[in-house]
Design a protein around this ligand. Structure first.
Ligand code: URA
Length: 296
């Protein structure tokens, strides 16, 4: 009995250590020796297999039949870290970076509506974050709103709820919106990257590049009058600026959204404001500029 308690405690401590270190996704139930895993890669693809022919060695048709259930169904209800650990079984190799961006462009362009885009993103396999996130975090708010806010990537709370900006920074964003008479019934909110990076790490440039065609299409389909980039990475990705947020915030840009040009502004990310509350008074100026722009 004492031994079981000790080993449970040790296992819990080890898991807590992994999660703290950012390793919060389980990629499979059993360890896999990737170095031994070289056989069928040498075989030519079977006719009709398409991209599945590029599947991991030995992960062909029979693997597909035993493919894991969708995210969420995999979680053990008794897991001590329920809600933090997701088990993933991937059957395909990641696309090469340029191929992933190309596939994203092609897929995004076929979306005729926001619902279409959400469905397409949900199936898109070109971004590895999809495998470690619990779910797609597509958008919140009103797509018919005149202003659209775009952040960087979902965090843990967003990943759990499937909605952007619902954690502490989202609550601050809500208060900032309220201060200029807006709320989620009048604004639309999304992120550059719609899947949570493991351990809330910053998305890699490759991940952002791959997701960029989708957020661009999302902006085009929502067709807001004003675009607000929350934080430097969002401004850099959407406005093409190289400078940091200290220099770009509060300036008006022109953003080409499909056939029309709309006004765009960058401001501090609410997570930064939580860490540096003194900067709120500067962000307040940006929000006043947004309110003024919406009145004209
Ligand atoms: N930070 C972001 O950039 N986006 C979210 O949705 C939440 C936190």
């Amino acid at each position: 009995m004492a031994m079981t308690t000790d080993s449970n405690k040790a296992a819990r401590e080890l898991l807590a250590f992994y999660v703290e270190a950012g390793a919060d996704a389980v990629l499979g139930e059993a360890p896999v020796d990737r170095f031994a895993d070289v056989g069928p890669a040498l075989h030519p693809p079977l006719e009709g297999e398409g991209r599945q022919a590029e599947s991991r060695p030995g992960w062909g048709e029979s693997q597909r039949q035993t493919r894991s259930p969708p995210p969420g169904e995999l979680r053990s209800p008794t897991s001590p870290l329920q809600g933090e650990v997701k088990q993933v079984a991937s059957t395909t190799l990641p696309l090469a970076p340029e191929a992933a961006v190309m596939a994203a462009r092609e897929a995004a362009a076929t979306a005729a509506s926001l619902d279409d885009l959400r469905a397409i993103l949900d199936q898109f396999e070109g971004c590895a974050l999809r495998a470690t996130a619990s779910r797609l975090v597509f958008a919140d708010g009103n797509p018919a709103g005149r202003v659209m806010f775009v952040g960087e990537a979902p965090g843990r709370d967003e990943d759990l709820q499937g909605l952007p900006f619902v954690g502490r920074s989202g609550q601050l964003l809500d208060r900032m919106l309220a201060a200029i008479g807006l709320d989620r019934t009048s604004v639309y909110i999304a992120n550059i990257v719609p899947w949570r990076p493991p351990g809330n790490r910053t998305p890699t440039p490759q991940e952002s590049q791959t997701c960029l065609p989708f957020i661009r299409r999302q902006i085009e389909l929502a067709d807001p009058d004003l675009l607000v980039c929350l934080g430097g990475p969002s401004a850099q990705a959407l406005l093409g600026v190289r400078e940091g947020i200290m220099r770009t915030r509060g300036r008006w840009f022109s953003y080409q959204s499909g056939a029309r040009e709309i006004r765009a502004i960058a401001t501090f990310h609410p997570a930064f404001l939580l860490r540096s509350p003194l900067q709120k008074r500067i962000a307040w100026r940006d929000f006043l500029a947004i309110r003024k722009a919406l009145r004209t």
